[in-house]
Design a protein around this ligand. Structure first.
Ligand code: MN
Length: 400
């Protein structure tokens, strides 16, 4: 129980406590979110737990991420005590700032960024759209989590405006250059590596929580026309590298233990290094995708075929290292129904079946000025709800 007055159903109650980097005219630095407020961590720790303060100093969460699971537990326990014990209230309460007075910074230095393709529903939908005469899933899909290397330098924090990219696209026999006409969102969950691994030492599927610090929501903005023209044979490139947005607040894995559920039945049986029976990190998160405030879909993350633990095991099985600050996306999260898809490509079936907004306007892809927001919740302890902080972005017109 916290001494703050929070509704019992608040998804950012004391059961959640995500970490971010805040900026106000008076201060900036590492913080924890509680309800609609942020607690700056360095001044709190300096007074109450000086031996932990160095991990919370600076303009990113990088030190905390690299410190590893014991430090993560110690700090989460300390913050929980500060917010629940009357003894600490006189120190903590004056430090709290309203989120409305805060802007969010990118919370960590993104090392490598990789994006997977782990939803069978999404991959099959894309297959049906792009290759209607072939099997929806490629032959490798159920043997390994497919991924591609993205661009870490263009990962941005929630709230950053997204400039419509220019690029090549093919129309009929012509190759044109100009602003994408098919700008899309991809609703995903991203995972942030805290403790890296050495080259030559794969991360076992059951070692996930010794390496991964937490989860964010991720919007893998995609220019479908640029992507369609460039992606054979090496995969997505400029159609996605212009921007990737993530939540300003990272939800620690410690807040997601009640959201762990068994994985799906997989056939064929995965190879031993991907066998996660007994240690599944399938997570029961329900995403919500909104366009200009209107709910478009509710993608269920528990419907993913591959879990983030399998993704990390696959990412490192060839001897590749991972580094503190690595970010990997799950791939678009799509359920089996139309109201559960995580992209406009699927919702509009590649533009062939426009969807209707509540004002009666038909839509396919994103327009300048559109605002996209993705939020999520998960089950928490004792019937509580865990909120995964929003990732949002608005579309700016293309550069001329
Ligand atoms: Mn993606």
């Amino acid at each position: 129980m916290t001494w703050l007055e929070l509704a019992p159903a608040d998804p950012f109650g004391i059961q959640t406590l995500p970490y971010g980097v805040i900026h106000t005219p008076a201060l900036s630095g590492c913080a924890v979110r509680i309800g609609d407020r942020a607690l700056p961590l360095y001044p709190a720790a300096s007074t109450l737990r000086p031996e932990l303060a160095w991990l919370l100093d600076g303009s990113t969460l990088d030190r905390l991420l690299a410190a590893g699971p014991q430090a993560w537990s110690a700090i989460r326990l300390a913050v929980t005590e500060w917010l629940s014990e009357d003894r600490d209230r006189s120190v903590i309460e004056p430090l709290l700032v309203d989120l409305k007075d805060v802007s969010m910074r990118l919370p960590f230095t993104v090392a490598d960024y990789v994006d997977f393709y782990a939803s069978a529903n999404h991959a099959a939908n894309v297959g049906r759209i792009l290759r209607p005469d072939a099997e929806p899933l490629p032959p490798n899909w159920k043997h390994l989590p497919i991924g591609y290397h993205g661009r870490s330098g263009t990962v941005v924090a929630s709230g950053t405006g997204i400039r419509r990219p220019n690029g090549q696209r093919k129309e009929g026999e012509d190759v044109l250059f100009g602003p994408t006409a098919r700008l899309d969102l991809e609703a995903e969950v991203g995972f942030v590596v805290g403790v890296g691994s050495a080259m030559g030492t794969p991360v076992a599927v059951d070692a996930f929580d010794r390496h991964v610090f937490g989860a964010v929501l991720l919007n893998d903005w995609s220019a479908r026309d640029i992507q369609a023209w460039e992606y054979v044979p090496l995969g997505p490139f400029l159609g996605k590298s212009f921007a990737t947005s993530i939540s300003g607040w990272i939800t620690p894995l410690a807040a997601l233990t009640h959201a762990r559920v068994a994985g799906p039945l997989r056939s064929p049986k995965p190879l031993p290094y991907l066998d996660d029976r007994g240690s599944s990190w399938n997570l029961d998160l329900t995403l919500e995708v909104r366009l200009n405030g209107e709910l478009l879909s509710r993608p269920p993350f528990a419907s993913m075929y591959w879990t983030p633990a399998q993704m990390l095991a696959h990412l490192t099985v060839n001897g590749a290292s991972c580094r503190s600050g690595d970010l990997f996306g799950s791939g678009t999260v799509s359920g089996s129904e139309r109201g559960q898809v995580g992209s406009l490509l699927e919702l509009s079936w590649a533009g062939r079946e426009p969807f209707l907004l509540s004002d009666g306007v038909e839509r396919t892809f994103l327009q300048d000025g559109d605002r996209v927001s993705i939020t999520a919740t998960a089950p928490g302890p004792a019937g509580s709800v865990i909120g995964i902080a929003e990732v949002s972005g608005h579309i700016l017109p293309a550069a001329r």
